[in-house]
Design a protein around this ligand. Structure first.
Ligand code: ATP
Ligand code: MG
Length: 466
């Protein structure tokens, strides 16, 4: 359930947008101007801010950055305000929502901005392996115990965490998620624990962190394996003592939060390697839920594919179409290294590409890992993605030959920025595709930013501008 903060008057089209967001399951808070909005963000946080362009969105974005409040802002207003909207986008707004609002657009934006699955869609599960995991999730939901959700990337860890919250006694309280991999250490610390006025340059007022925002509810620490040791110590204390210290704070603050953690790493191996605290590991791993990768639950492939086909047809205003027999066979034969997320993306493309009354096999583009017994070895993949600024426009299309004569560093930079653009700014995904750690990716992006390349500043929401 994304938490939306509306900046502007609730009468008129913005109020209509607020009601639509609410109808989609969002919780809506309102501020009459940017100063009040900032105050609310310090107190309660939000998953997305909708700001009318008559207000100074640029000011709010700068203030949020200075105070390390990371939350996407969407500018909104009538089409006639397009110049103001453009300005807001240049200043760092994520998007522009034309008013009066379109219900589908609101839904898409909420979903994208909050990085969250559509709440009305419950989890699809048909395979016994997955049904067993969900039964266990439902069983532990009512307890207060910490749950460690493990599984490969894209297997549905966040969805399961939301389900646990929804089935818990804290369901009426907030569900707050924080991706520990997306942020550098200092930002992550502010995000988690909040800060007092004057804790750092730019901290002009106190602000509550995710721990306090999640009071009475559930806090999901996503990709916990990426947290560095110093913060792990602070986190352990927070869990053990049930109190936290804001940055620059002089006295601890009590917190009542249930912790869920997710990771795609083998945390025990991290413990053995000295990268993860053993005591914290045992605190988090009271109950463990391992989500099987999609290849271990073949019975889920077609039900999931059908659900995604129907959903993306509806979102794109297309008639629902069945999957052809050949398409089904191709889906079943694929290895799904990217799991449910890969399947979801493949079906999204297929729905858009298919012509005719069925979704045929030719509309389904699968990555290289498909076992293709009779087929000759596939040619080197040629990736074409939108060019990022500062990069040669057509090198990727020309293949390896076009790269000869250029330095490794240059090619690496181009590969990284284009992959990031290809993944729509999703760093976790980009790092995965590149086969490097998120930390390594972050450091590279930091370097590029230092070189003056346009990688936007709000880490975690950054997108190499297209
Ligand atoms: N059983 C399911 N039914 C329907 N949709 C699913 C299911 N499992 C996953 N999805 C969808 O697949 C995508 C990936 O799920 P989710 O984000 O929960 O995975 P994750 O394990 O947290 O991935 P990552 O490791 O990359 O963070 C989401 O869009 C989610 O809605
Ligand atoms: Mg996740």
């Amino acid at each position: 359930m994304p938490r939306v903060l509306i900046v502007g008057a609730l009468e008129g089209p913005l109020g209509q947008a607020a009601r639509m967001a609410q109808a989609r399951g969002a919780t809506v808070a309102q501020a009459s101007g940017v100063v009040a909005a900032l105050a609310r963000l310090r107190q309660e946080g939000a998953d997305v801010v909708l700001c009318e362009v008559v207000h100074d969105a640029g000011w709010l974005i700068r203030a949020m950055l200075a105070e390390r409040i990371l939350c996407p802002l969407i500018a909104c207003g009538p089409e006639s305000e397009a110049p103001a909207a453009l300005r807001a986008i240049r200043e760092g707004a994520r998007d522009f929502l034309p008013l009066p609002p379109d219900a589908e657009l609101i839904a898409t934006m909420l979903q994208a901005a909050a990085g969250e699955a559509d709440e009305r869609q419950s989890m699809v599960a048909r395979d016994p392996a997955m049904l067993a995991v969900l039964a266990r999730a439902d069983q532990v939901a009512r307890a207060e115990a910490s749950v460690l959700v493990t599984g490969e990337s894209g297997t549905g860890k966040e969805l399961v965490a939301r389900r646990i919250h929804a089935g818990s006694r804290r369901a009426a309280g907030p569900f707050v998620a924080l991706n520990c991999a997306a942020l550098p250490e200092t930002l992550l610390e502010s995000e988690l624990f909040g800060h007092e006025k004057g804790a750092f340059t730019g901290a002009v007022a106190a602000r509550k962190g995710k721990f306090e925002q999640a009071a009475g509810g559930t806090l999901l620490l996503d990709e916990i394996g990426e947290m560095d040791l110093r913060l792990q110590a602070k986190l352990l204390r927070a869990i053990q003592e049930r109190e936290i210290d804001r940055l620059g704070g002089t006295r601890p603050v009590r917190v009542d939060v249930r912790i869920l953690a997710a990771t795609n790493r083998d945390l025990m191996a991290e413990v053995r390697a000295g990268r993860f605290r053993e005591d914290l590991y045992f605190r988090l791993d009271v109950v463990r839920l391992r989500l099987p990768p999609l290849r271990e639950r073949p019975g889920d492939i077609l039900p999931l594919a059908e659900c995604f086909a129907a959903r993306f047809a509806a979102v794109n205003g297309l008639p629902p179409r069945p999957l052809s027999a050949a398409a089904r066979a191709a889906l079943l034969a694929h290895a799904w290294p990217g799991n449910v997320r890969e399947l979801e993306n493949a079906l999204h493309r297929a729905v858009l590409m298919a012509c005719g009354t069925e979704i045929g096999a030719e509309a389904i583009e699968l990555g290289g890992a498909t076992p293709a017994p009779a087929a000759p070895p596939p040619p080197l993949p040629q990736i074409t993605v939108p060019a990022a600024p500062g990069l040669a426009p057509d090198a990727a299309a020309d293949g390896i030959a076009a790269l000869v004569g250029r330095s490794m560093e240059e090619v690496e930079r181009e590969l990284i920025l284009r992959t990031l653009a290809h993944c729509l700014g999703n760093r976790t995904r980009a790092a995965e595709v590149l086969g490097i750690s998120i930390r390594a990716l972050r450091n590279k992006l930091q370097d590029y930013r230092g070189m003056g390349l346009p990688v936007t500043a709000a880490a975690g929401y950054a997108m190499a501008a297209r």
